[in-house]
Design a protein around this ligand. Structure first.
Ligand code: 5GP
Length: 184
């Protein structure tokens, strides 16, 4: 299960809510070469330098990885316990790789209620001004690519509502997995 969507849309918080609400989900911790933000406590990623990341790529430690905003991000090959559903919160190039490698991948595109709201959220999390501008300029492209890839679109206006919507889709998908005759 993959969450994609423009920066600042609230994917991280949403992923955390899903994990708290659904014990069958297993959240992957990504690696990144970007520096930690002041608002982060250090558990958001496994923060590494570029040579360490590149060694892990060479050692085939990643299910997918991508360069985004001049930083590298990657999902380690998941080692989730049997029976758990893996949840990834990644950008669109990575989601494309996962979809190619894992046949039952389901991609959710998380949408902002509006571009104005997105801008406010990016500023609120402490991103530099030029970064905010850059992220906003790439949003339409990210959304267009995301739409091609995603099976579901969920607007993250209210966190609780968006979480509930994803959980009910997930439950439906699990039912179909248990009983494929329910496929439409
Ligand atoms: P941020 O720097 O804002 O935390 O993340 C930037 C983007 O990288 C976000 O869209 C986030 O979802 C994505 N991202 C986080 N982890 C990974 C990963 O492991 N792989 C890929 N491809 N993208 C990731």
């Amino acid at each position: 299960m993959v969450l994609i969507g423009p920066g600042g849309v609230g994917k991280g918080t949403l992923a955390q809510r899903l994990i708290d609400a659904d014990e069958q989900l297993w959240l992957s911790q990504s690696w990144t070469t970007r520096t930690r933000r002041d608002t982060e406590d250090g558990n958001e990623y496994h923060f590494v330098d570029r040579p360490t990341f590149e060694r892990a790529v060479a050692d085939e430690k990643f299910l997918e990885w991508a360069e985004f905003n001049e930083n590298l991000y990657g999902t380690p090959v998941p080692d989730a316990p049997v029976g758990r559903d893996v949840l990834l919160e990644i950008e669109v190039q990575g989601a494309e790789q996962v979809r190619q490698k894992v046949s039952d991948t389901v991609v959710f595109l998380i949408m902002p209620p509006s571009l104005e709201e997105l801008e406010e959220r990016l500023r609120a999390r402490g991103d530099h001004e030029e970064h905010v501008k850059f992220r906003l300029s790439s949003t339409p492209r990210e959304l267009a690519r995301g739409r091609e890839l995603a099976s579901y679109e969920v607007v993250n206006d209210d966190l609780g509502t968006a979480t509930g919507e994803i959980l009910s889709i997930l439950e439906e998908l699990r039912q179909r997995r248990r009983d494929p005759s329910k496929k439409d």
